[in-house]
Design a protein around this ligand. Structure first.
Ligand code: FAD
Length: 391
């Protein structure tokens, strides 16, 4: 007789909550443990490729209809000083037709809230900082900072870039500072100018995804929250070390000084932002395994990647659904479930991680070549069992 497996998820970020939502949808019992004391309004914009949106749809979520996300009309790349166009590609008109789902942009907090609607509060324990995990033939155990423990048939570490679970399984993964730092800032959409360039001759729409590309930095802008807010990722080459953190506050002056000489309209937008967060961009080599016994990893814990392909959240959503699908499929054999999950995911995630690194290196070339194609990434549908397994 089939026994329902019990799963512990460490971390209630995007991947942890998505995994819990998918597990519940597929009838698997789950408990989530999160170190934070609340799951509030943190973060800024995240991009969701069609591959990530397919997972949301499979969970019964439609961020566009709920007014949380935005579907940019075009991708436009402009010169850092003159705003002259480097290239332009349609997005809204082609994404669903070509890839089966739209390309969306959202506030991380909105995406998180949307996913949380599928997971009752009773499933999530806050103030629970995991300090260790262990696995035996009979089950897996998580230990927390207050000395308490929890056990289950399997554990998945969805505890982000500085994963404790990853460290427990495979030791500390050395992070390399890429000599790029980024600021994240948000602006009300009304403050976004539509006429830019030296004589205001260049028109930019507030519905577009715009990249300002310069020799030592780039600024990526897109609408979020149903088009009411404008998210700005402000990246710059810098040998000055910065923390690998999503919550380190910075200040406008520091950001403006780093971008002195850039286009006036762009600087105008940057000087209008209220809160600025700063982080150092780090890189790690892909892991060769994600699983030991009854414990595995997903999301940034498994494959922290540079933001250059904007795939961190989407690949994490794919992991979450694939994990749940395999746990449900191998309900009587948790170890087989994790093997199947890892073998479905690890090569794909590694390829995306390495392409993000290649894209980063390309961005630093003069002149920067056009972006590497992400079509193969967007086409994937993690909600469907691979052909070799199906049927
Ligand atoms: C506060 C915050 C703000 C972010 N803002 C942005 C943003 O603006 N733009 C963007 O592109 N990406 C942002 N990210 C990262 C983005 O969510 C991830 O890169 C991506 O979605 C992968 O998700 P994840 O679930 O693997 O990791 P995350 O979404 O980072 O979630 C990891 C979760 O694990 C928890 N955790 C960590 N260690 C432990 C522990 N020992 N025990 C228990 N819980 C633990 C963390 O508190 C967090 O809730 C942010 C992440 C965080 C945590």
């Amino acid at each position: 007789m089939q026994r329902k497996p019990r799963v512990i998820v460490i971390g209630a970020g995007i991947g942890g909550i998505a995994a819990a939502a998918a597990l519940r949808k597929l009838g698997v019992e789950v408990a989530v443990y999160e170190r934070a004391s609340d799951l509030g309004e943190v973060g800024a914009g995240v991009q969701l490729g069609p591959n990530g949106v397919k997972v949301l749809h499979a969970l019964g979520l439609d961020p566009t209809l709920e007014g949380l996300a935005f579907e940019p009309t075009e991708i436009v790349s402009v010169d850092w000083q003159t705003a002259s166009q480097r290239f332009r590609q349609p997005l809204k008109a082609i994404a669903t037709k070509k890839f089966g789902a739209p390309y969306l942009t959202a506030h991380r907090a909105d995406l998180h809230r949307l996913l949380r609607a599928k997971v009752p509060d009773s499933v999530i324990t806050l103030n629970a900082r995991c300090t260790g995990v262990s696995s035996s033939d009979r089950g897996a155990v998580a230990t927390f900072a207050d000395g308490s423990t929890a056990d289950a048939d399997l554990i998945v570490g969805a505890d982000g870039i500085r994963s404790v679970v990853r460290e427990c399984l495979f030791g500390a993964a050395p992070a390399r500072f890429t000599e790029q730092i980024g600021w994240r800032a948000i602006l009300p959409i009304e403050l976004v100018p539509t006429r830019v360039g030296p004589d205001k001759s260049v028109r930019i729409e507030r519905t577009e995804y715009v990249g300002w590309i310069g020799p030592v930095g780039h600024v990526i802008c897109y609408p979020i929250r149903g088009g009411n807010l404008y998210n700005m990722f402000v990246g710059r080459v810098s040998s000055e070390w910065a923390e690998e953190s999503w919550t380190a506050p910075s200040n406008k002056e520091e950001m403006l000084t780093a971008f002195a000489g850039w286009n006036e309209a762009l600087l105008g937008m940057l000087s209008n932002v209220q809160h600025v967060f700063k982080w150092g961009i780090y890189d790690r080599d892909p892991l060769t395994h994600w699983t030991r016994g009854r414990v595995t990893l997903l999301g940034d814990a498994a494959h922290p990647m540079m933001p250059t392909l904007a795939q961190g959240a989407s690949i994490t959503l794919e992991d979450a659904y694939t994990f749940a699908r395999n746990v449900a499929r191998f309900a009587n054999d948790p170890v087989a479930a994790l093997k199947a999950y890892e073998s479905e995911r690890i090569d794909r995630a590694r390829r995306v991680q390495l392409q993000a690194r290649d894209q980063f290196n390309n961005n630093r070339k003069q002149p920067a070549p056009p972006p590497l194609s992400r079509d193969w990434i967007f086409q994937h549908d993690a909600t469907v069992e691979p052909m070799a397994l199906a049927g």
